[in-house]
Unconditional design. Structure first.
Length: 130
């Protein structure tokens, strides 16, 4: 069997090729194609709404920034401040516990899907085999 892939001839002989060698060759071709095609890996961004007493706003905003979050709005409602933000889902595992810890159990939060954006290079690199 003969096939031509981007100017390269590939030959397969059933008597000389092993299943493992074929899998390795296909995997290598797939990853090379991904690198050369310029595809973009997207990561999910979550919309966060956090309600907290005013004295904990600074701690919560600082924590969001460490998680690559972006605060889009803050609004004072009585003795509480509501913070709206967006952050990558990957950085939000355990976030509810973190918010409770930062606010001594007095803040609450909700999250829902917002959008997708290109993943940072370190995330993309973890998916690509070199």
């Amino acid at each position: 069997m003969r096939s031509k892939i981007q100017g390269t001839n590939a030959q397969v002989s059933e008597s000389e090729s092993t299943e493992t060698a074929s899998r390795i060759a296909v995997s290598d071709a797939f990853h090379r194609g991904l690198r050369e095609s310029g595809i973009v890996l997207l990561e999910p961004i979550m919309k966060l709404e956090i309600s907290t007493p005013d004295e904990y706003v600074g701690n919560i905003v600082s924590d969001l920034q460490q998680r690559n979050g972006l605060v889009t709005n803050t609004e004072v409602r009585g003795h509480l401040t509501t913070i709206e933000a967006g952050a990558p889902l990957a950085s939000l595992f355990g976030y509810t516990s973190a918010v409770r810890g930062l606010s001594q159990g007095r803040a609450s939060n909700s999250m829902e899907p917002l959008t997708y954006r290109p993943a940072p290079p370190e995330v993309v690199k973890s998916f690509m085999l070199e």
